[in-house]
Design a protein around this ligand. Structure first.
Ligand SMILES: CC(C)(COP(=O)(O)OP(=O)(O)OC[C@H]1O[C@@H](n2cnc3c(N)ncnc32)[C@H](O)[C@@H]1OP(=O)(O)O)[C@@H](O)C(=O)NCCC(=O)NCCS
Length: 207
């Protein structure tokens, strides 16, 4: 499904079940204290990442969580990983053609009570209140902001708050994000879909 959101030149892999994948020692060390659920999502994320790298013609390398949890892709690669119940995916592209990638998957269900107010701007809430039925726009907004953050962080190396990006959606599966603080990128373009009980979003920053 994720390929529908990604441009040519960005490779991807997704799975709906957990996968076995030999971890490099540095990856093992990163999850040495992790509970089983975290081990499984981390390992399957690496399985996806290895596939995405292989599709770029690159060998498996350790992809270790670094600063603020950002995955350490090999030099010359921009990529992203996501996992949610029943779904895991990775996407990757070669720099400089692809400068940054963000992908996110969520269960397609309303956000828990009170969360929308924490992750949205007044204008976003006003739009959601009148948006076409059939889509949990609150969850979609959340996912899109997670994708924006995953693409933003490797470029900016700093936090971006939910109130620091203003998102607008079109029902045809596109969205845009205006970044409200100074930084290396002032806007992002993304795509979204809902299918099989999931919300998927992706942002790609081209050269
Ligand atoms: C980091 C964050 C985006 C992860 O999203 P999530 O929905 O909780 O989890 P997902 O399973 O989709 O993604 C997890 C993956 O995100 C990636 N990730 C974590 N921190 C990251 C960062 N700082 N930059 C880029 N990618 C990051 C990792 O690859 C991680 O998987 P891994 O640990 O197995 O490698 C989220 O936890 C977070 O901190 N959000 C707050 C910041 C934010 O979203 N601001 C909105 C700005 S508009």
């Amino acid at each position: 499904m994720i390929e529908r959101l990604l441009p040519p030149g960005v490779t991807w892999a997704e799975t709906f079940t957990d996968r076995e994948c030999a971890l490099f020692p540095a990856e093992e060390a990163a999850i040495a204290q992790a509970v089983e659920k975290r081990r499984r999502e981390f390992t399957t994320g690496r399985w996806c990442a290895r596939q995405a790298l292989a599709a770029l013609g690159l060998p498996a390398t350790p992809i270790v969580p670094g600063e603020r949890g950002a995955p350490g892709w090999p030099p010359g690669v921009a990529g992203a990983i996501t996992h949610c119940p029943g779904y895991r995916a990775a996407a990757a592209g070669r720099t400089p053609d692809v400068v940054s990638v963000g992908i996110d998957a969520e269960t397609h269900a309303p956000l828990p009570d009170g969360v929308l107010d924490l992750v949205s701007l007044p204008a976003e809430r006003a739009w959601i209140a009148t948006a076409p039925p059939g889509t949990h726009w609150d969850r979609l907004l959340f996912s899109a902001k997670e994708s924006v953050y995953k693409a933003w962080f490797p470029l900016a190396r700093r936090w971006l708050g939910f109130e620091e990006a203003a998102l607008t959606f079109s029902p045809d599966g596109r969205f845009s994000a205006e970044i409200l603080v100074d930084g290396p990128v002032s806007s992002f373009s993304g795509r979204w879909l809902t299918a099989d009980g999931l919300v998927l979003t992706a942002v790609t920053v081209p050269a």
